[in-house]
Write a protein that binds this ligand. Structure first.
Ligand code: NAD
Ligand code: LMR
Length: 337
């Protein structure tokens, strides 16, 4: 039996993400939790004749934790797009004050009701909310770094699409799987175009084009925020990206081998390759890197790519590591205060 819970299921990301999960044939139970509107979303999705049952959970009051607890019980994967999105002129860090409390509250209930679940954090600012989940789980004594995933997949999706758009005759976005490392916010996002399949095309660009391409990946979220003009941030591309990571985890748990995805993870020494990675990123506690997935979640950090970066990427990494450390500290300080 595979149960997936989506927290924030009635939102802009939550609805299309829940639809994609609903269509996955190996999911048996889909639990939808939100603080508003979720019965309607559940009734709607519940009419789809895919393999899973659908149940929606709405708390009766702000104090009611039972609905969330019931949504979580027995969940194998918990995906979290709960929280407020950006408006034009805001940074992701501007969301911290509201989303930090939401994430901490959800983490406390997850620790009690689904301590073994794989937890996928979409809520921004990811660079700080993932440390909040980690610290809250540590306090509860349930933290397993192999099971906590900051969702940075949208950066990879964008990196693939944007380079392909520069070579429309020779390539399709699906040809690529760019390693995007670091964090999920502005200059903490570092696409490593000089490595792997993109190298051939990237080398053809002049310096100005390279800079513009990297800037577009780092600030791709702003394009959507501005185009939506006050109506939120990326939802459909994010639902696709979040589902892609969840699907890969489901496949790995089902025994498929060689599944590698980038994710923002805690570089805990219990994970193979994490200590080596940590040394290469100035001891950052968290970093997005490609990881090998297995039955128990993150099996191995594929840190070797950090030794392959060119001198420009090295400089980008230095900036990313410096900014990231402040974001991580902010999350840890909030959760441990
Ligand atoms: P939205 O406002 O459309 O939806 C958020 C949903 O969360 C709402 O339905 C709201 O009722 C719900 N919610 C609020 N508090 C809750 C709580 N305590 N428990 C459960 N649900 C709660 O926003 P959105 O566009 O879906 O974005 C959600 C979050 O995802 C934002 O923080 C946004 O910045 C982030 N995001 C992250 C990425 C990424 O790449 N990681 C990409 C896009 C958006
Ligand atoms: C994104 O990258 O689209 C998300 O993090 C949402 C945002 O605020 O840009």
């Amino acid at each position: 039996m595979v149960k997936v819970a989506v927290l924030g299921a009635a939102g802009g990301i939550g609805q299309p993400l829940s639809l994609l999960v609903k269509l996955n044939p190996i999911v048996d139970e889909l639990a939808l939790f939100d603080v508003v509107n979720v019965p309607g979303v559940g009734a709607d999705l519940g009419h789809i004749n895919s393999n899973s049952t659908t149940e929606s959970f709405l708390p009766e009051s702000k104090e009611d934790k039972t609905a969330l607890a019931n949504a979580l019980k027995g969940s194998d994967i918990v995906i979290i797009p709960a929280g407020v999105p950006r408006k034009p002129g805001m940074t992701r860090d501007d969301l911290f004050n509201i989303n930090a409390s939401i994430c901490q509250g959800l983490a406390e209930v997850i620790a009690k009701n689904s301590p073994k679940a794989f937890v996928l954090v979409i809520s921004n600012p990811v660079n700080s909310t993932v440390p909040i989940f980690a610290e809250t789980f540590k306090k509860a004594g349930t933290f397993d770094p192999k099971r906590l995933f900051g969702v940075t997949t949208l950066d990879i999706v964008r990196a693939n699409t944007f380079i392909s758009q520069l070579f429309p005759k020779e390539t399709k976005p699906g040809d690529f799987n760019v390693n995007v490392v670091g964090g999920h916010s502005g200059e903490t996002i570092v696409p490593l175009y000089s490595i792997g399949r993109t190298k051939k095309y990237y080398d053809e660009l002049n310096e100005e084009q390279k800079k513009a391409l990297i800037h577009r990946v780092q600030f791709g979220g702003d394009e959507v925020v501005q185009a939506k003009n006050g109506a939120g941030s990326a939802t459909l591309s994010m639902a696709y990206a979040g589902y892609k990571l969840a699907e890969s985890i489901l496949k790995a748990v089902n025994g498929e081998s060689n599944i590698v995805e980038c994710t923002f993870l805690n570089l805990d020494s219990s994970i193979k390759g994490a200590s080596e990675a940590k040394k290469l990123v100035n001891n950052s506690e968290f970093f997005s890197l490609p990881v090998l997935l297995g039955k128990n979640g993150i099996e191995e950090v594929k840190y070797e790519i950090l030794n392959e970066v060119n001198s420009d990427e090295k400089k980008l990494l230095e900036v990313a590591i410096d900014q990231l450390s402040k974001n991580i500290e902010k999350g840890v300080a909030f959760a441990t205060k």
